[in-house]
Design a protein around this ligand. Structure first.
Ligand SMILES: [Zn+2]
Length: 240
């Protein structure tokens, strides 16, 4: 009886943990994903999800140019189709763009066929907008299961997660975002921020743009170097 109860409890724990692992950005059960370098590195990677967006992506490009920093953008295919001109501006400024699916579903609940279609349609939208681009892929909401990553890799895509999040999707002030990020930085971090929204094109991300300005100034003064994801992981082949 006790044995059965313990087994049941262990089974429940496993289920809960598996559920956690499927969403946890740094969980590695479902295959290794890039989440950052060993702590203490002086490299930091800014990543922006859910764009392109108007006008926040363009404002963000101005801030990044002011600091001479390159970042990595994970774009939603249907936004790319809507505004390919913004994607071209991102690439022309030297930033890296990657695949964030076509319509931003949670892939935990998506069939293999749907997942494949989402990845291929986003890839095609990026190809139409800017031609060759990185092979980087970030799952919406960080949601994935073993088959998701296998499928992505079979399409030549490299999943990229994060280990620092700015909690910037809820309209919090720039100081709040800066504070949240500052509490998690250990060096060698991949930071998750948002220049757009999966819910609607045109979302206000001005607080993220302001927070970016403050974060770059602060961490550059502390001797950190801002790099793209391919630069951070020394895999230049991922960028084309
Ligand atoms: Zn997203």
């Amino acid at each position: 009886m006790l044995g059965a109860a313990l087994t049941a409890a262990a089974g429940l724990t496993a289920v809960v943990t598996a559920g956690y692992q499927s969403m946890a950005p740094t969980g590695q059960w479902y295959g290794r994903t890039f989440t950052g370098l060993p702590r203490g590195s002086k490299k930091l990677a800014l990543t922006y999800d859910d764009g392109p967006n108007d006008p926040c992506t363009l404002h963000l490009l101005e801030v990044l140019a002011k600091h001479d920093v390159r970042a990595t953008f994970f774009l939603i295919g249907r936004h790319v189709e809507h505004r390919p001109d913004i994607v071209r501006a991102v690439v022309q400024a030297g930033h890296v763009v990657g695949n964030h699916t076509f319509s931003h579903p949670n892939l935990i609940f998506a069939s293999a066929q749907r997942t494949r279609l989402e990845l291929q349609r986003c890839d095609q939208a990026l190809r139409d907008a800017v031609g060759e681009h990185s092979r980087l892929f970030r799952p919406p909401f960080g949601g994935r299961r073993p088959g998701t990553l296998q499928l992505a890799r079979s399409l030549g895509l490299e999943p990229v997660m994060w280990n620092v999040t700015g909690w910037d999707w809820s309209g919090k002030p720039a100081k709040y975002i800066e504070h949240k990020v500052g509490r998690q930085i250990r060096g060698g971090d991949v930071m998750l921020l948002h220049d757009g929204s999966h819910a609607a094109f045109g979302a206000d991300r001005s607080q993220t743009v302001s927070a970016t300005d403050r974060l770059i100034a602060r961490y550059k003064a502390e001797g950190y170097e801002f790099v793209t994801v391919p630069e951070m992981f020394r895999k230049p082949g991922l960028s084309s």
